[in-house]
Design a protein around this ligand. Sequence first.
Ligand SMILES: Nc1ncnc2c1ncn2[C@@H]1O[C@H](COP(=O)(O)OP(=O)(O)OP(=O)(O)O)[C@@H](O)[C@H]1O
Length: 249
Amino acid sequence: MTILQAESLNIMRSGKQVLNGISFQVAAGEVYALLGGNGAGKSTTLLSFLGFLSPTSGSVSVNNQDVYKDVASARKAMAYLPESASLYEHLNAYENIDYFMQLAGGAVNRADIETALERVSLAQGARQNKLRGYSKGMRQKVAIALAILRDSSILLLDEPTSGLDPSAIDEFHQLVRDLADSGKAVLMVTHDVYGACQVADKIGLLHSGLLVGEFVAEHARIDTETVHKAFASTVDHASSVRSAMLEQG
Ligand SMILES: Nc1ncnc2c1ncn2[C@@H]1O[C@H](COP(=O)(O)OP(=O)(O)OP(=O)(O)O)[C@@H](O)[C@H]1O
């Protein structure tokens, strides 16, 4: 069942075409990684799904509804995890979750919060501590616990593992995999070829606003070398275009 869909999506920002007719779909139970270098258009794609950048042509839809026909209901269906989770430093994990759940209009009890924190494996001893002492990985866990409690069936993740150490990355990918296996649709944007191959069912390779390749997992894995070569060729292409431009002054 298709949950997220971009259809011939074109977006202009400040008069410049930054997405050029990209199309892809994310189904329930699937992790889709949008992979690309700096400026490829990954965040623009997420912002468009989130209702912040309307297409110049084409469409984005969530649960088969055009996002821009009802932005509020599209946003309600999704949990968005920005590169750095915006949580309150002076509150502990329970208080943060309690506060944000109340803001979202859905109070939760302590036992439910405990279950969600258990699911994301936030260390028991850290839960009462204020977030100012947390690592990035621990903050991500609180943000994911919040998404679990909001019962969002769709997760949008922006560079979720940048700045995490290798074991936190593995743990995070395992958690994302478990969430997808429980039926959630996950769209994740990343620069990380290896991470994308580890966790994704599909990878879309984005370059200069174009989807230049799509890789689908066979036997539960996408071949890292194949994706790495394709990604490297976009980088080579970008640097040769840059050098040509420099030569032309
Ligand atoms: N606020 C903005 N106003 C105008 N153009 C923007 C704005 N933000 C980004 N862009 C342009 O849109 C294009 C795509 O940017 P985007 O941030 O979507 O790329 P990205 O793939 O997420 O890159 P990165 O990996 O560096 O975050 C780039 O050419 C960028 O210069």
